[in-house]
Design a protein around this ligand. Structure first.
Ligand SMILES: Nc1ncnc2c1ncn2[C@@H]1O[C@H](COP(=O)(O)OP(=O)(O)OP(=O)(O)O)[C@@H](O)[C@H]1O
Length: 229
């Protein structure tokens, strides 16, 4: 698999550009962290990569099999679904609306639940799970799709330290099997554990490179903003 390359990518939310002339490289077999303040364009970039938001500019190397994991910890309040059924929904795009799951499908769903340590709670209703557990189920829904590009919007936002570690380990396993993993995150530990990082500010790329370099740039900018009052 090859690196995904973005060239002069621009995308609008209403009349305003939410991404403005973005250039970046997303290596395969690696985790890329997207960081930046609220409203800097992280979610917009994920949606452009997922193909759910139109854009101008060029993206080379975008694979057909893409999975987007959104941050929706309120999900179970409205849908009477078990964790297992939620993960099985990840197979719909590939297999159509499923009736009875085949043994091979069930094995894939079980493996995805295993990857986030949620197999024991497979039969639990989403509404009975904590925010962090629901988030793990959504990550499993992303894993089950066997996508070459896995996009996750703040997958550890409402997770405790143990859930965060499990999610990060599951993302590492995806990268090890060759996937390009892109994670929008505000979590410094997740940034530090990534292989590559992109810092966005108001829709533009400020710096791209090693996580430590990007973290230092982010800290410098925060200190400058504080000094300016
Ligand atoms: N549905 C929407 N309609 C109009 N504008 C939007 C919409 N969603 C986001 N925006 C705007 O687009 C810009 C980029 O938002 P985006 O959600 O991509 O940022 P983000 O970096 O993911 O932020 P956060 O860290 O808060 O999730 C912001 O100016 C935001 O106000």
């Amino acid at each position: 698999m090859r690196t995904i390359e973005l060239h002069h990518v621009t995308a609008h939310r209403g009349a305003r550009p939410a991404l403005d002339d973005v250039g970046a490289s997303l290596p395969s077999g690696a985790i890329t962290a997207l960081v930046g303040d609220n409203g800097s364009g992280k979610s917009t970039l994920l949606e452009v990569l997922a193909g759910t938001l139109p854009h101008a500019g060029r993206i080379d190397g975008l694979p057909a099999r893409r999975a987007l994991v959104v941050q929706r910890t309120d999900l179970g309040d409205r849908l009477p679904l078990t964790a297992h059924a939620t993960v099985a929904m990840g197979l719909w795009a590939e297999r159509g609306l499923l009736g009875r799951l085949r043994a091979a499908d069930r094995a894939r769903v079980d493996a995805a639940l295993d990857a986030v340590c949620m197999r024991e709670l497979a039969g639990a209703g989403l509404s009975t799970l904590s925010g962090g557990q629901r988030q793990r189920v959504l990550v499993a829904q992303g894993i089950v799709q066997d996508a070459s590009l896995v996009l996750l919007d703040e997958p550890t936002a409402s997770a405790d330290a143990a859930s965060r570690d499990r999610i990060d380990a599951a993302l590492r396993a995806l990268a090890l099997r060759g996937a390009t993993v892109v994670v929008a995150t505000h979590d410094r530990a997740s940034l530090a554990r990534a292989d590559h990082a992109v810092l966005l500010d108001r829709g533009r790329v400020v710096v791209e490179g090693a996580p430590a370099v990007v973290a230092a740039a982010q800290a410098r900018r925060a200190a400058e903003a504080l000094a300016l009052g």
